[in-house]
Design a protein around this ligand. Structure first.
Ligand code: C2E
Ligand code: MG
Ligand code: MG
Length: 542
C-alpha cells in the first residue's frame, strides 16, 4: 500500500468500533487499531511485529476468507471467545498482499431489528462483569426495561409501526446511557442495560431517570404521534444478587412492581420479597376461577352534571374480592386478563351485571339511571360484539340509551374504518359512546371528528395540576371548546378538591367525576345515595 493511502486508511480504521489488525504474508502484525489494544490490554508496541499465533488460539489461514469463533488471549492471561473475520487482500493482478483481521460481534449475538446485543450476548457480558467485579470489588447495576402499552401499539397500529417504535426507543435509550454502558434487547419490548463502574445506587437511578425523561416527547409513527412510557427495575451487584439469574430476576420483579404502581417509573430490587413473578402467577391462576366463584363485583361512581347539578350517570368499575388476597384493583388484574384472553368473559359479565342493575333500579322506582361500562380493546374488537350486546340488552330488557360504553382512542386507531362502522351500529342500537382517558393516547381531536361518539372524558392527569399549572387549565378549556364544536359533552375525571371543582365550573366542561364529589359506591350505597337525593326531589347538588 502506498504510504499516504495507508495513512488515510489507518485513520479510518481508528474510527471503527471493532478491533482490527493487519498482517503481512507471514502473519506478522503490521497494524493494530486502538480498539484491539483496549480489548486485550496490550500496547501498540507489544502488538506490532508479533505473530497472530501470539494472540489467537486457533489456526488462522491468512489467504482465505473465513469467519468464526476464536479464542483471544488477553494481557492478564485471560482468554475470551471472539467472532473473528479474516479478509485477505489481493492486488489487481490477484497477488496476495496482506490480511485484515476483524474482531466483531458474533452475528448470533445480535438482535436483527435493533442491531443491539441479544439476550445470549448480554448474559455473556454480564457473566464477564460478574467475574471482573468479584476480583476488583466493583459495583455494577442491571436495569430491566419494559415499554408500557407496547403490545397495544403493535396490535392497533401494526407490526411495522411497532418496529419503528422499537428503533426510536433504542436510539433514545442509547442517548440516555453512558458510552461504556451496554444495552441489549432481550425480548419483544424488553431491554436490559449493564451499567459498570458506578459508585452508588444513585448513579444507576440517575441513568434510569434519564431514560424515563427521554420518553417525554412523542414518537412519530407514520402519520400519528404517540406518547409511550417505560417502566424500569434496577438491581445492583453485589447487594441484590451475586449471580446472573438472581440479578436479572430481581431487576425484572422490580420492573413489574413499577408497572403495578402505575407504570412510567423506576423501582429498585427488594431482595427479601422477590415475589413479583410469583404474585403474577398467583393472580393469573386465580383469575381463571374468579368468575365461577363469583368473586367479582361492580362499584359505581356518580358523575355530576355541572349545568343541572344533577346525577344521572354512574360509571361501573370492576373489583375483585379474593378470599386470601383481599380486594384487588383493576389496574392489577385487567392487564393480566387482557394478556390471557380472560378479559372477554369478564367483560361480558360486567355488561350483563350492569344491565341487571339498571333494570333492578328501574323496577325499584328510581328515575332513569344511566350506567357507563369500560370496554377493553379485545372486547371492542372481537367479532360479534354488537350481536352479543344486543342479545344482553334484549334479555335484560334494558333501554339501550341507559347504557354507555367507554372506549379509548387507541382502540379505534388500528382500523379506523371498521371501528367507525362498529360505532355507527352501536349508535343505531341506541347505546352511548364515551372516549375515556382522553389526553393520554393519540389525543387527536381531528380523528374524533370522524367518530360517532357522545362524550369525551378528559384524563385525570389534566386535573392533577390544574391549580398550579395555567397550561393545564388552558388545555382543559381548549379541549372542551373543540369538543363542543364536535357536539361532544365533556366529562372531567379525577376531581379531588373543591378548588378544582370551582375552576371547572368556570370552564365549559359539562360533567365531573371524582373523589371530591363521591368515591365509587357499592350498589347498596348507590340506592342509599338515590334515596337520599330523592328526598330532595331531584338528584341535586349545589
Ligand atoms: P377509568 O375508566 O379511567 O376509571 C377511573 C378510575 O379513576 C377509577 O379507578 C376510579 O376509581 C378512579 N378515580 C375516580 N375519581 C378519582 C379521583 O378523584 N382521584 C383519583 N386518584 N382516582 C379517581 P379504578 O376503579 O381503579 O379503575 C382503573 C381503570 O381500570 C379504569 O380507568 C378502567 O380503565 C379500568 N377498569 C375498571 N373497571 C373495568 C371494567 O369493568 N372493564 C375494563 N375493561 N376495564 C375496567
Ligand atoms: Mg372509564
Ligand atoms: Mg378514565
Amino acid at each position: 500500500m502506498n504510504n499516504q493511502f495507508q495513512h488515510i486508511c489507518e485513520q479510518g480504521f481508528e474510527q471503527l468500533s471493532v478491533s482490527m489488525l493487519i498482517t503481512d504474508l507471514n502473519g506478522k502484525i503490521t497494524y493494530v487499531n486502538s480498539v484491539f489494544q483496549e480489548l486485550t490490554g496490550t500496547s501498540i508496541n507489544e502488538v506490532l511485529g508479533s505473530h497472530t499465533n501470539d494472540h489467537f488460539n486457533c489456526p488462522i489461514t491468512l489467504e482465505e476468507p473465513w469467519e468464526g469463533e476464536c479464542q483471544l488471549r488477553h494481557k492478564n492471561h485471560g482468554i475470551s471467545t471472539q467472532w473473528v473475520v479474516i479478509t485477505p487482500i489481493y492486488d489487481d493482478e490477484g497477488m496476495f498482499l496482506e490480511t485484515a483481521i476483524f474482531i466483531c460481534p458474533n452475528p448470533g449475538d445480535i438482535d436483527t431489528l435493533t442491531k443491539l446485543p441479544n439476550r445470549r450476548s448480554f448474559e455473556q457480558q454480564l457473566q464477564q462483569a460478574l467475574s471482573d467485579s468479584k476480583l476488583q470489588d466493583q459495583v455494577f447495576a442491571v436495569l430491566f426495561l419494559d415499554l408500557d402499552r407496547f403490545k397495544f401499539v403493535n396490535d392497533t397500529l401494526g407490526h411495522s409501526s411497532g418496529d419503528s417504535l422499537l428503533l426510536q426507543v433504542t436510539e433514545r435509550i442509547k442517548r440516555s446511557i453512558r458510552s461504556q454502558d451496554i444495552i441489549a434487547r432481550t425480548g419483544g419490548d424488553e431491554f436490559v442495560c449493564l451499567l459498570r463502574n458506578i459508585n452508588s445506587e444513585k448513579d444507576a437511578e440517575n441513568i434510569a431517570k434519564q431514560i424515563i425523561t427521554s420518553f417525554n416527547h412523542p414518537f412519530h409513527l407514520k402519520e400519528t404521534e404517540i406518547h409511550i412510557t417505560t417502566s424500569i427495575g434496577i438491581s445492583l451487584y453485589p447487594f441484590d444478587g451475586d449471580d446472573l439469574e438472581t440479578l436479572i430476576s430481581n431487576a425484572d420483579s422490580a420492573m413489574y412492581r413499577a408497572k403495578r404502581k402505575g407504570k412510567n417509573q423506576i423501582e429498585k430490587a427488594e431482595v427479601e420479597i422477590n415475589a413479583g413473578a410469583f404474585e403474577r402467577l398467583l393472580i393469573e391462576n386465580n383469575l381463571r376461577m374468579a368468575l365461577s366463584r363469583e368473586e367479582f363485583y361492580l362499584v359505581y361512581q356518580p358523575q355530576l352534571d355541572l349545568n343541572s347539578n344533577q346525577v344521572n350517570t354512574f360509571e361501573a368499575l370492576i373489583r375483585w374480592n379474593h378470599p386470601d388476597l383481599g380486594i384487588i384493583p383493576p389496574s392489577e388484574f385487567i392487564p393480566i386478563a387482557e394478556e390471557t384472553g380472560l378479559i372477554t368473559p369478564i367483560g361480558d359479565w360486567v355488561i350483563q351485571t350492569a344491565c341487571e342493575k339498571i333494570k333492578e333500579w328501574e323496577q325499584a322506582g328510581y328515575p332513569a339511571i344511566k350506567v357507563a361500562v369500560n370496554l377493553s380493546a379485545q372486547q371492542f374488537l372481537q367479532k360479534g360484539m354488537v350481536d352479543k350486546l344486543t342479545d344482553t340488552l334484549i334479555r335484560t330488557n334494558v333501554d339501550p340509551s341507559l347504557l354507555e360504553l367507554e372506549i379509548t382512542e387507541n382502540m379505534v386507531m388500528h382500523d379506523v374504518e371498521s371501528a367507525v362502522s362498529t360505532l355507527h351500529t352501536l349508535r343505531e342500537l341506541g347505546v352511548r359512546i364515551s372516549i375515556d382517558d382522553f389526553g393520554t393516547g393519540y389525543s387527536s381531536l381531528n380523528y374524533l371528528r370522524n367518530f360517532p361518539v357522545d362524550h369525551l372524558k378528559i384524563d385525570r392527569s389534566f386535573i392533577n395540576d390544574i391549580e398550579t399549572d395555567p397550561s393545564s387549565k388552558a388545555l382543559t378549556n381548549a379541549i372542551a371548546t373543540l369538543a363542543h364544536d364536535l357536539d361532544l359533552k365533556v366529562i372531567v375525571e379525577g376531581v379531588e378538591t373543591l378548588n378544582q371543582l370551582n375552576l371547572l365550573r368556570e370552564s365549559s366542561c359539562d360533567m365531573v367525576q371524582g373523589y371530591y364529589f363521591s368515591k365509587p359506591l357499592t350498589s347498596d350505597l348507590v340506592t342509599s345515595f338515590m334515596n337520599y337525593v330523592n328526598q330532595e326531589e331531584t338528584y341535586s347538588f349545589t
